[in-house]
Design a protein around this ligand. Structure first.
Ligand SMILES: Nc1ncnc2c1ncn2[C@@H]1O[C@H](COP(=O)(O)OP(=O)(O)O)[C@@H](O)[C@H]1O
Ligand SMILES: O=c1ccn([C@@H]2O[C@H](COP(=O)(O)O)[C@@H](O)[C@H]2O)c(=O)[nH]1
Length: 206
């Protein structure tokens, strides 16, 4: 199995990059695990308490479970991926059963920041955009898709998102094999990454 880690700050365009890569590959060959689905389960906290949590610190992610699931898939076993809700700030009751496939993409803000998880990746990618651009994208997306208001996004940006980005996420770019700049639509980078994946699969099949 070819395992690819795709990291980058919030709003950098990770999901967009993954979706564009998927368009160039056979969907029967690829699984995508999203780090967002592995936020710790906090059933004992109230909604107001969950809103106040720092969701950009590595401690907020259940990396043990994510690592276990990556290793399980790599050893040919299916997993039940949890499903997270940004609206309730909580893991839902639902899971998605995932069968192993030839390519595994793991995407999320901190996937290159965790030492053990990082070791599992054959290709490490960092999606990079300036902070002002990412903040603008984040404001738009969180208001349109994640039920936030402007004040909440700005408050989170100043208190946790920006300091955590500087401490944990941006430094993890140093571990990347490929850096994708996404200040504009970047079809060349998508083509390069898709070719790397297709060529690796060809070599494995021969
Ligand atoms: N290269 C780009 N140029 C302009 N807008 C982009 C680009 N990549 C992503 N976006 C937009 O920015 C927002 C966040 O992108 P997304 O892929 O969800 O980022 P991430 O998964 O890194 O948080 C989305 O609304 C998306 O359409
Ligand atoms: O309950 C939550 C959990 C996380 N977040 C924010 O999500 C982003 C990571 O998602 P991306 O898709 O990579 O942007 C992270 O910066 C957290 O602050 C949230 O708002 N609520």
């Amino acid at each position: 199995m070819l395992t690819i880690g795709i990291a980058g700050g919030t709003g950098s365009g990770k999901t967009t990059v993954v979706n564009n890569i998927l368009k160039q590959l056979d969907s029967n060959q690829v699984n995508v695990l999203t780090q967002d689905n592995y936020y710790h389960y906090n059933p004992n906290l109230s909604f107001d308490e969950r809103v106040k949590l720092n969701y950009d610190h590595p401690r907020s992610i259940d990396f043990d479970l994510l690592l276990k699931h990556v290793q399980q898939l790599k050893s040919g076993l299916p997993i039940n991926e949890p499903l997270y809700s940004f609206i309730t700030h909580s893991r839902t009751e639902d899971v998605t059963m995932i069968q192993p496939k030839e390519i595994l993409i793991v995407e999320g803000i901190l996937v290159l920041a965790d030492t053990e998880l990082r070791k599992e990746f054959d290709v490490k990618v960092f999606v990079n955009a300036d902070s002002d651009e990412r903040l603008i994208r984040r404001i738009r997306r969180d208001i349109q898709e994640r039920g936030r208001d402007l004040e909440e996004v700005i408050e989170r940006y100043q208190t946790t998102l920006k300091p955590m980005h500087e401490e944990f996420i941006q430094p993890s770019m140093a571990f990347a094999d490929i850096i994708i700049p996404t200040m504009k639509k970047n079809t060349v980078a998508i083509d390069v990454l898709s070719s790397v994946i297709k060529n690796t699969l060809k070599v494995t099949h021969n």
